[in-house]
Design a protein around this ligand. Structure first.
Ligand code: 16G
Ligand code: ZN
Length: 512
């Protein structure tokens, strides 16, 4: 077939360096950009096949998220805006690693296995962040997820353009903040660290849509600094300090996006100059508390659950389970795992501690809410609650964690409840914690179970960790091989920062 002839010709322009093997990891391929030319070409081929197979539009996002500027990456987005399936991740790895002369054979194998009709048309949306590359269409990762979903639902989710995205979100934001009385200019002000990435550009683009309902003060907007360098959500979360280049007043609300704007963390400094982080766990708590209250006011009997990972601060889990009485479930690290688990509930709030997360509303839950909006017999309190739920659904990007959408949800919730950053922070107190990374000769010797909270190999490691943890109060620790870097990650928490630091240190020595 002529198609194969052409693939064969064109693939010679993007040869795979001999011997190089790469894995489709937690969030796609990710490594130094110089190794990725053949990967980009081949993922274009695979996206085309996936589109023919699903008879839908497929997304290809070119980004390396919070990694340094020299890195790049690529991942595929499935029809409803979700991550591609595990089976196709496998095909991606195979296709990426076959030597040049076996490329056609590998393609044909996939076509045969998946029984793909090659005469089907294909449709692929390509997006990229601000890293240097010869592509068009600058978008944040979540914006591309949104557009793929809009396209495949024929506009039900929104209109599949960037402008449609801004319009949908800002409309929902206005409807929510109308319920906040007497918002002052101070309350509308938010300092945003754009990580010198795409999120900063898109925030600028969105500002006119938000009119005067938000006053965004943007720093690290990409005009001079380097992507993710001394700034961005990952830096702030891991270093537990403010990014460079931000002028924070006492108590002022601040937030940081990561490089492709699918993560967000908040923070502020108190009158003593102490830095306070409001991470993904705090965000999940704020949003789930708000939703639970609305469900009660609306008289809706829907099950709400919070999905976390092993990195969730122990205090957050305790608060959610014991005080809020919501179901909490723990999954492996990586958005696809959390997303999947959250789909099991009427309302699934999922956040990684690093700030990636969103809220999923089941189809049945959305239908119930929509029907109640039209119910003429509701009293005023009930009407208000149901309308708030409806607008919250419209404001949240249900396809994937989205820094811009999450930011607007948080701003709206704080406004409606009349809360400051300090009030939010006071919901519960984080246990002091420390994250370390350890370089080992082969990180794959560490195998974990129980959502990565326990190590099953090498033998004896978990026993050592258990006995170290026993030495400290309110302590917990685990190790896991990273899915994005060649390191082992160590996490520890305890009653004091000194204890957390010392436990993390002791556990990392046990990993060697
Ligand atoms: C990726 C994941 C993120 C996860 C991180 C863990 C997506 C879109 N991103 O960035 O969710 O927290 O990997 O990295 O899935 P690690 O395995 O190196 O700790
Ligand atoms: Zn990211």
């Amino acid at each position: 077939m002529a198609q194969f002839e052409e693939v064969s010709q064109k693939s010679k322009l993007h040869p795979k360096p001999e011997g190089l093997t790469l894995q489709y990891g937690t969030a796609g391929f990710r490594t130094h950009a110089k190794h990725l030319d053949h990967i980009m070409f081949r993922m274009g081929l695979l996206a085309t096949l996936r589109s023919k197979k699903t008879k839908s539009t497929i997304g290809v996002m070119v980004t390396a998220s919070h990694n340094p500027e020299e890195d790049n990456g690529v991942k595929l987005i499935d029809p409803m805006g979700e991550m591609v399936t595990a089976m196709w991740e496998g095909y991606a790895t195979q296709l990426a690693n076959v030597e040049q002369d076996s490329l056609l054979k590998e393609l044909k194998d996939i076509i045969e296995k998946e029984d793909i009709n090659m005469s089907e048309p294909a449709s692929v949306y390509v997006g990229k962040d601000t890293r240097l590359m010869n592509y068009y269409g600058l978008v944040t990762t979540p914006q591309l997820h949104y557009m793929v979903c809009c396209c495949n639902t024929h506009g039900c989710y929104g209109s599949p353009t960037i402008e449609g995205y801004y319009q949908k979100l800002s409309q929902a934001f206005f409807l929510l903040t109308q319920n906040a009385l007497n918002r002052t200019d101070d309350q509308k002000r938010l300092l945003v660290d754009g990580a010198n990435g795409i999120g900063a550009l898109k925030m600028r683009e969105m500002e006119p849509f938000l009119r005067s309902e938000m006053q965004v003060v943007l720093s690290n907007d990409g005009s001079s600094g380097k992507l993710n360098h001394m700034c961005g959500a990952d830096y702030v979360k891991v270093q537990q300090k403010a990014p460079q280049g931000m002028n924070m007043g006492v108590g002022e609300r601040c937030c940081s996006f990561d490089g492709d704007a699918d993560r967000i963390v908040y923070y502020y400094t108190d009158s003593k100059g102490c830095f306070h982080l409001l991470d993904g766990d705090k965000i999940a708590t704020l949003i789930s508390t708000y939703l639970k209250e609305l469900l009660i006011q609306a008289g809706l009997n829907l099950q709400i659950a919070v999905v976390q990972t092993a990195y969730a601060n122990g205090s957050s889990t305790r608060y959610l389970e014991d005080v809020m009485k919501v179901t909490v479930c723990c999954t492996k690290t990586g958005v696809k795992h959390l997303h999947h688990a959250a789909q099991e509930y009427d309302i699934g709030v999922y956040f990684e501690a690093n700030g990636h997360g969103t809220v999923l509303f089941s189809r049945a839950a959305q239908k119930q809410i929509q029907e109640l909006v039209k119910d003429p017999n509701s009293n005023d309190e009930r009407k208000r609650a149901v309308k708030l739920l409806e607008s919250t659904i419209n404001l949240i990007n249900q396809t994937v964690g989205d820094a811009i959408s999450d930011m607007l949800v948080i701003e709206a919730v704080l406004a409606i409840r009349g809360m400051s950053a300090q009030d939010w922070d006071a919901i519960y107190t984080d246990l002091p914690n420390r994250q370390l990374k350890v370089t080992v000769s082969d990180r794959r010797v560490i195998d974990t179970t129980d959502a990565e909270r326990r190590a099953v190999s090498p033998e004896g490691l978990q026993d050592t960790i258990d006995s170290l943890v026993k030495k400290y109060k309110s302590a917990r620790s685990f190790v896991r091989p990273s899915g994005t870097e060649d390191v082992v990650r160590v996490y520890a928490e305890a009653d004091t920062q000194e204890s957390a630091d010392s436990l993390a240190h002791e556990v990392s020595l046990a990993v060697y």
